[in-house]
Design a protein around this ligand. Sequence first.
Ligand SMILES: *[C@@H]1O[C@H](CO)[C@@H](O)[C@H](O)[C@H]1NC(C)=O
Ligand SMILES: *[C@@H]1O[C@H](CO)[C@@H](O)[C@H](O)[C@H]1NC(C)=O
Ligand SMILES: *[C@@H]1O[C@H](CO)[C@@H](O)[C@H](O)[C@H]1NC(C)=O
Length: 480
Amino acid sequence: MQKLRSRVALTTFSLALLFFTLQYLSSQDQDHRYSLLFSSQTVSDDVLENITTAAQTFVDQPVVAPFKNQFWEVGRRSAQVKKWFGLLKHEAHGSDKVHEVLSNVEEAAVSLFPFIPPSSDGLPLSSLFHLPEKGSKGIVMSVGGPNINIRFAGHLISAIRHVFGCKLPLEITYAGEEDLPIRYREALASLDETGQISFVDMLKVFDDKTLRLKENGWAIKPFSVLASRFEQVLLVDCDSVFLQDPKSLFHQQPYVDNGAYLFHDRLLWQHAFKGRHEWFHDQVKEPSPALNRSLVWTEEYAEECDSGVVVLDKSRPDVFFGVLHTAWQNTYDVREEVTYKITYGDKESWWLGLELTGAAYEFEEHYGSMLGWESRQASEDGKETAEVCSFVIAHADTKGDLLWFNGSLLKNKLKEPDAYDVPDAWVMDGTWRKGATKQDMSCMVDAPSKRLSEEEHHILQRSMGEAMAVDALMKSVVVT
Ligand SMILES: *[C@@H]1O[C@H](CO)[C@@H](O)[C@H](O)[C@H]1NC(C)=O
Ligand SMILES: *[C@@H]1O[C@H](CO)[C@@H](O)[C@H](O)[C@H]1NC(C)=O
Ligand SMILES: *[C@@H]1O[C@H](CO)[C@@H](O)[C@H](O)[C@H]1NC(C)=O
């Protein structure tokens, strides 16, 4: 009896020890986990041999055009390289053999993603991964092209600093001097009294031959993320508008859990793009739980992502390799043949890159909401119906409060480039009535609308005040 009891006690003790060890391991970040697992054992020669052989096949048989059927393969290879990279990077101070294998893996990575900039230590992939400062966070915005974008960038910078008092550092990227001339960079910098604003010419970071970033306003975005000195990147379009301090994006639970947080487009045009859905289903061979929840994937709605705001933690290898895939989709040949043909701009390339490389990610819970102006009409049966209309798509946080919307503070940026007006209502999860052309407002019906809170109204009013001051400044820049 005594013996049995002590055996039970011992077993309980061992189980508890095992439990706490497992707890400890799972509570560590990925890096620690790797080093705990591999500090006492090195990767065996057999495995090193295998990595070298497989890496060499990637180099010998590169992915070439046509690219339409290669998205899955590029994802598979990225996931392989990620795995090898994870195994080897903790062995970097190991033997010459390990070094040699790591350089083979680097070579395989560069053959897959030729845009990775060369580095003086011969380890371009590692250099790009370790580029950011540890623990850094910031906002990245690509600005360039038509003057109206530069104006919107000014609005956003001014709102970030003066309406929200947000002190996150800012990186503004552009594609060469003509894209964002010095006089505009100076004007934008003058809006930021914190001095935490830097400008990055992407043509000086990447060899532009296979990218041709100046020719397209969207393609620069994933490259801006890769080049960023921030580990945690809040990527924003210059015409995005915030209703809460942008730093709140880094605190949203889906971001904290996955390191990749995306926003939905409008739920529209079901079954209208057969070819697009066939292609998605052909290339995504093992859908993730996140994709299984998508109504684009399961019910053939047309558009999945509004990429006006994307939140990414590049310090997570999963996310970093996902962004490499996204960037690949936005290289000139791939986007011209596939990405911008089958889908619209960079929108869908974000989740697709994460999905195809096996990274966890999460979308906002709801599809895009409507923020605009409410009107009431009597319908045929005499009942009153309400609709809310505008040109924008709004997005809510995890509590269901408004977070941001796309398309600038202007009421109608295409027709009246100087008319500001604060919207009065918003609706979630209703039915979209899409305007016939880009010149017509879209509306949402069939769901109860909410008035803007006093605080939301106040934030937008102050943002518009800032925007008008920026407009005056920008006019003076154009004249000189
Ligand atoms: C190496 O690759 C071969 C062939 O793919 C496989 O059979 C073997 O199990 C691998 N060895 C190790 C140690 O991974
Ligand atoms: C996704 O859904 C399909 C079909 O319902 C199911 O077979 C599959 O197991 C699901 N996958 C995940 C990862 O949830
Ligand atoms: C907001 O995004 C949608 C979808 O990408 C787009 O059609 C619409 O024009 C955008 N709104 C504005 C005002 O730019």
